[in-house]
Design a binder for this molecule. Sequence first.
Ligand SMILES: C[S@@+](CC[C@H](N)C(=O)[O-])C[C@H]1O[C@@H](n2cnc3c(N)ncnc32)[C@H](O)[C@@H]1O
Length: 246
Amino acid sequence: MTGRAGRRGAGGARTPRRPTAVHHPEVPARQRVLPTDRPRPVFSRLYARISEGMDAEGLGALRTELLAPLSGSVVEVGCGNGRNFTRYPAAVTGVTAVEPEPHLRGLATRAAAAAPVPVTVVAGTAEALPLPDGGADAAVLCLVLCSLPDRDRALAELTRVLRPGGTLAFLEHGLGPTRRVRAAQRLADATLWPLLAGGCHTAVDPVGSIQRAGFEVTTLRRLRFPDSRLTLPATPHVLGLARRPG
Ligand SMILES: C[S@@+](CC[C@H](N)C(=O)[O-])C[C@H]1O[C@@H](n2cnc3c(N)ncnc32)[C@H](O)[C@@H]1O
């Protein structure tokens, strides 16, 4: 159904304009390009379970380190089940957390109630954030860039919603330090890894993507998580801050 006015019924009478199911005149066109909901029923339930164990294994401490420098209004992209929420510092006045996966978004909405700062969970994608221009003091990318089909577009969106001088805090996994690890990552990406890990790819360069988008990387720490002897495709991580110029 198109909802266009002026169509005539069988008897020639003009039929009244009928609204379409997806007509949202208040939503800018670019926000309608991608569907808001991206259900991943298996991955979402799996992630909800394993994220608790990962936090206990050391990821929780990394989350706290990631969020500690932030203040003011924050947008968190791809918040998952909301594992960051309890770790926001008091200097943060509010968080808008965007999540396209419905099951994870439901869990995040529950987690928001236990957060020490106000957190609002909304449906949306990184590539079309349902947020106004320049309204955020800081943005958070935590284990998300690897899952995005269009990282450049997502980072352009973050540039749009951050105020000039705003902070991007990132904790992401990416390309390994050796040719051998990178070859293993490419193999993983070409086979089962994205299927098992919700579309995640491991041979990605988060810092390069952030810099290409125009951000100035101000702090950067390379680390292994989990910090075990075995190097998995998603073991090499980067944690840091970048500044939106202006
Ligand atoms: C590995 S999980 C990380 C979740 C959370 N950030 C955390 O730190 O636990 C990746 C998240 O990215 C979300 N995601 C996938 N595609 C996305 C997109 N296009 N826009 C925003 N988030 C997306 C997934 O639904 C999932 O919640």
